[in-house]
Ligand binder design. Structure first.
Ligand code: SAM
Length: 291
């Protein structure tokens, strides 16, 4: 983290300017509701790697994904962690919390806990939220704004398009710093549709990174959603996958080579093809580890 500190001030200034731009954009959305809100954020103008948008449709998708993952994993916290940690007075951090759905869901379940969420964009609820939830916007890669040994549990989920290959170690190391001795990390990432590229191996091999950083691995829970299945949960993940491509149209259309109506047609075809044999799959990888 230390080698990033020199760039931190300039980056923070750019982020604050970006946040102001976003607030202005939000205000102009209110005044001109017919204006497209698809291009609030893009990798060309952003200082962060993350390239998915953050308009309402995408925030809805993230909330829906939260509840689908909760069903897939039968709860918000792994059994290994839940059996060892008293959540009733736990201090919890969610890194890259997005709209804060996981955090607020868990905070509601455990009103005695103290819950903190950070995200580089202030897309979390500003006014209405459980009293034991606190949000702040900051770039996690510039260091987490908390002292050493602060948290009983750190959750990090779905930062798969937010962190570059060499940034996973940095991030896990920084989380290790803010965890109390004996504190827990829960990390859940997914593959994209392919089943074996470098990125996929990187996320699936998070165990190796965590071990090198002295974490004790408690559990590794891979789950696979095969899109050819017809159950309700699979349909939810199918909707979610297509919705990612729909929401990311401004970033993807050039790469995919479809524009306008062609893109809408591509989305319909994509949804149909995902369900054909050989099965396309979306896999999720949850790690539970301890400092
Ligand atoms: C796919 S969303 C996942 C949100 C949430 N963790 C969930 O599971 O619903 C990834 C989030 O990471 C945030 N993010 C990306 N890069 C970040 C960074 N460097 N520091 C903090 N947050 C970041 C994004 O703004 C986005 O809200």
């Amino acid at each position: 983290m230390g080698n990033r500190v020199s760039a931190a001030a300039a980056r923070k200034k750019r982020l604050s300017e970006k946040n102001n731009e976003k607030i202005n954009e939000k205000n102009s959305d209110i005044q001109t509701s017919s204006t497209s809100n698809l291009d609030r954020r893009s990798s060309e103008v952003s200082t962060v790697t993350y390239w998915l948008p953050n308009h309402n449709d995408e925030l809805d998708r993230l909330s829906s994904q939260h509840f689908a993952l909760k069903i897939l994993y039968d709860g918000n916290i792994s059994n290994q962690i839940a059996s060892k940690l008293n959540m009733d007075n736990a201090v919890v951090l969610d890194v890259g919390c997005g709209p804060g759905t996981w955090l607020m869901d868990v905070a509601t379940e455990f009103p005695g806990g103290d819950f903190h969420g950070i995200d580089v964009y202030d897309i979390f609820p500003r006014n209405i939220r459980p009293a034991n939830v606190h949000f702040q916007s900051c770039d996690a890669l510039e260091g987490l704004p908390f002292p050493d040994n602060t948290f009983d549990l750190v959750n990090m989920r779905m930062l798969y398009v937010a962190l570059k290959k060499d940034e996973w170690s940095l991030m896990f190391k920084e989380i290790y710093r803010v965890l109390k001795p004996g504190g827990f990390l829960q990390s859940c990432e997914c593959t994209t549709i392919e089943t074996g590229n470098e990125f996929v191996q990187q996320t699936a091999n998070a165990c190796d990174i965590l071990r090198k950083l002295n974490y004790k691995i408690l559990d590794y829970e891979p789950k696979i959603i095969s899109f050819a299945q017809t159950d309700v949960l699979t349909k939810e993940f199918l909707w979610n996958m297509v919705q990612i491509c729909r929401n990311a149209q401004p970033m993807l259309e050039e790469q995919f080579g479809y524009t306008g109506d062609q893109y809408a047609h591509f989305l319909t075809t994509f949804e149909a093809e995902l369900q054909k044999k050989p099965e396309a799959a979306w896999s999720f990888h949850r790690h539970s580890a301890q400092k």
